[in-house]
Design a protein around this ligand. Sequence first.
Ligand SMILES: C[S@@+](CC[C@H](N)C(=O)[O-])C[C@H]1O[C@@H](n2cnc3c(N)ncnc32)[C@H](O)[C@@H]1O
Length: 223
Amino acid sequence: MILDSVQAIDANAVLNLAAGLDARPYRLPLPSSLVWIEADRVAILDEKTEALARAKPACVVERVAVDLADNQARESLFDRVAASPARVVVVTEGLLVYLDEALVASLAKGLGARPSMRRWVLESAAPEFVEQNMRAWGKVLASANAEWKFAPANGFDFFRPHGWSLTVRRPFFAEARRLGREGEMRFAWLVRALSSLSGWFRRKLENSVAYGVMQRSPREGAD
Ligand SMILES: C[S@@+](CC[C@H](N)C(=O)[O-])C[C@H]1O[C@@H](n2cnc3c(N)ncnc32)[C@H](O)[C@@H]1O
């Protein structure tokens, strides 16, 4: 989805918000002139820089230490990235679920307000899925200050008022199967068996977590 997006807009930058230890610039066939900007907290970026010191990326990699929950810091990062004649693919993978709804809205609005931000690759988790996860892991997540919070009932439509509309949607489990990575998940056999037996279960699964690509919607600009 990222490669398709890069190609679709002839992107000259990818802005990976909360990049963590993701190493895509080192393993994807990206244009060598593309600038891949990784934003995350300083400690994780330092660890990553050390771990990858000898690795050679396919494109230009920049790392920016930032607290993405800090409105001012986030906005100035967006300003900087959007300033050049940029065509940017934004990626937020495994970030939004940790933020509260107001913060996600503000982040979406900030991206929507900058025309250089052309595509946004992200995931959406259903409220039921997040609640189940919090019931099972809430204490552990809370002790790491990493509770799951954001789970809009309207899924990707949440982003519409902020200038974004969905162009591609792929359910997580179907995508895992398509890529032959289902076997890496615990209880994959059980999920497969239940999916083949029950349409209800299959639909629930398909709606639990999905990846999406959004593009700017010209008619509903940022509010
Ligand atoms: C689940 S990891 C996802 C990492 C990567 N995107 C991936 O999919 O492998 C969540 C990341 O979000 C980062 N993160 C969470 N809150 C953040 C914040 N307020 N500012 C910057 N980074 C944050 C964490 O440091 C962590 O690297």
